[in-house]
Design a protein around this ligand. Structure first.
Ligand SMILES: *Cc1c(COP(=O)(O)O)cnc(C)c1O
Length: 418
C-alpha cells in the first residue's frame, strides 16, 4: 500500500492520521525483525490493547525495559514537565536532570563517575573503549594490554565491537572483518576463563545473569573468581547489567546480591522505563581516562531521558518494591511449576527476581517461538531467550492477579498445543 493509494490520508498530508497496519511493516521497514501479527496501541500498567481492542497481559515488559509498566502516572508527569522546560541541549551545555541522575546513581552504587548514552550497546561500547584506553594510559603502547575476555552465549549489543564481544558468532560473522583481541570462554567455566586471562588482558566483560543467552545465572564463585583474576592481572571487570539492572533481579543492581564489585557497570533497558537511555558507571580512577574529546554521543545525558530515569530509580530503589520483585518471582515460579506438573514441558525454571527463564523439553524443544505466537492469541505477551527458553520480564510492579491470569492464559496455550 503506497501513500497515494491510502485514501485515509487527509488532504493536508497529516501522516499522524495515516491508516497503518502490520502489513505496512513488511513493506516499509528493513526486515531485521519479524514482529507479531498485531499492532499494540495502548498500554496501562501491565495490560495492553491492540488495534482491534484485544486485551493482552504483558509478561514481556518491552524486553525487560518497562520496569514500571506502561503509562506510569509519575513517569508521564516527569516526562511532560521536563518537556515543557528543555528537551535537548547536547553536551556543550550541561543540564539539571543529568546532574541529579549522576549523583543519584553514584549515591546508590559503587560508582564515582557516570557516562550517559542511549542504549545498552552504547554503554558497553563505552566500557570496552574505556578499558582499552585506561590500559594504554597506564601501561603504555608497548605493553599491548588490549585483549578482552568475554563469554560464549553472551549478549552485549549490536555495534561491531559489542556484537564481537558477544558470544554468538552467528550475530557477528557476516560483518567481518571484526575487531580483534577478543577471546571467549564458556560461561561459568572459571578454569577456561583463567586460561585466557593474562598480562595482555585489559578487561573481562560478563553478565551476572546471561539474559538473551537463555536466562543463565552465574554460578556462585564464578564472578568472585573473575574478580580475583582481574585483580591479579590489572584487568578491568565489566558487569553488563543492561538486562539485570534497575531492580530486575530484586536489588537495584544484581552485583548487590554478592560481594563482588565491578570496576565498570553498564545499565540501560529498565533505566528509562521505556525512554531510551544507557549509562556506564565506573570509578574516578578509571573514568579519568575518558578525557575531553575522547568519547561522546549527541544525545548522551539528554534532559528528557535523565529526568525520567531519575524518577524510575527513585520509584524502584525502595525496599518494599524490591521485596515485591522477590515475592513475584516466587508467584511466577509456583505457577510455572504447576504448569510443568500438568504438562511436563520444562527442563528447568531459573532466573532471579523478575527475570525468569523456563527451558523447554520434549515435544517443545526449540519451539519457544511457536508457544509465544499462540500465547499472543490467548492474550499474553511472553519473550524467548534463544529458541529453547521462554522468558518472562514483566513490570516490577505487575499486580499478582495479572501474574495469575497471564499464567492461566499461558497454561491454556500449552493445553492447546500439547
Ligand atoms: C539488551 C542488552 C544489550 C543491548 O542493549 P541495546 O539497548 O539493545 O543496545 C546489552 N547487554 C545485555 C545484557 C542486554 O540484555
Amino acid at each position: 500500500m503506497t501513500i497515494q493509494q491510502n485514501n485515509q490520508l487527509t488532504e493536508n498530508h497529516d501522516y499522524s492520521k495515516l491508516s497503518v497496519n502490520r502489513s505496512c511493516f513488511d513493506e516499509w521497514i528493513v526486515p531485521t525483525y519479524a514482529p507479531a501479527d498485531f499492532v499494540l496501541v495502548k498500554g496501562q500498567g501491565s495490560e495492553l490493547f491492540d488495534q482491534e481492542g484485544k486485551h493482552y497481559i504483558d509478561f514481556a515488559g518491552g524486553i525487560a525495559v518497562n520496569a514500571l509498566g506502561h503509562a506510569h502516572p509519575e513517569l508521564v508527569k516527569t516526562l511532560t514537565e521536563q518537556a515543557q522546560n528543555v528537551w535537548h541541549l547536547a553536551n556543550g551545555y550541561t543540564n539539571e536532570p543529568v546532574l541529579r541522575l549522576a549523583k543519584q546513581l553514584i549515591d546508590n552504587t559503587f560508582a564515582e563517575k557516570v557516562f550517559f548514552c542511549n542504549s545498552g550497546a552504547e554503554a558497553n561500547e563505552a566500557a570496552l573503549k574505556l578499558a582499552r584506553k585506561y590500559a594504554l594510559d597506564k601501561f603504555g603502547e608497548s605493553a599491548n594490554k588490549s585483549e578482552i575476555v568475554a563469554f560464549k552465549n553472551a549478549f552485549h549489543g549490536r555495534t561491531l565491537f559489542t556484537v564481537t564481544a558477544g558470544g554468538q558468532p552467528k550475530y557477528s560473522h557476516d560483518f567481518a572483518p571484526l575487531p580483534t583481541g577478543i577471546h571467549h570462554s564458556p560461561y561459568n567455566d572459571l578454569a577456561s576463563a583463567e586460561a585466557l586471562i593474562g598480562e595482555k588482558t585489559c578487561a573481562v566483560i560478563v553478565e551476572p545473569i546471561q539474559g538473551e543467552g537463555g536466562v543463565i545465572p552465574a554460578d556462585p564463585g564464578f564472578l568472585a573468581g573473575l574478580r580475583q583474576l582481574c585483580d591479579k592481572y590489572d584487568a578491568i571487570l565489566i558487569y553488563d547489567e543492561v538486562q539485570t539492572g534497575v531492580g530486575r533481579a530484586g536489588k537495584l543492581y544484581a552485583y548487590m546480591h554478592g560481594d563482588v564489585i565491578p570496576d565498570i557497570l553498564t545499565t540501560a533497558k529498565g533505566l528509562g522505563g521505556g525512554f531510551p537511555i544507557g549509562a556506564m558507571l565506573t570509578t574516578d580512577k578509571i573514568g579519568k581516562s575518558f578525557g575531553v574529546g575522547s568519547h561522546g554521543t549527541t544525545y548522551g545525558g539528554n534532559p528528557l531521558a535523565t529526568a525520567v530515569a531519575g524518577k524510575v530509580i527513585s520509584l524502584i530503589n525502595q525496599p518494599e518494591l524490591l521485596q515485591g520483585v522477590i515475592a513475584k518471582h516466587e508467584l511466577f515460579r509456583k505457577g510455572l511449576e504447576s504448569i510443568n506438573q500438568k504438562y511436563n514441558i520444562f527442563n528447568a525454571i531459573r532466573g532471579q527476581g523478575l527475570l525468569i527463564g523456563a527451558e523447554l523439553k520434549g515435544k517443545f524443544t526449540d519451539n519457544a517461538k511457536d508457544i509465544i505466537t499462540h500465547a499472543n492469541r490467548e492474550g499474553v505477551l511472553v519473550l524467548m531467550a534463544g529458541p529453547n527458553v521462554l522468558r518472562f520480564a514483566p513490570s516490577l510492579i505487575i499486580p499478582d492477579e495479572l501474574i495469575i491470569e497471564g499464567l492461566k492464559r499461558l497454561e491454556k496455550t500449552i493445553g492447546i498445543l500439547v
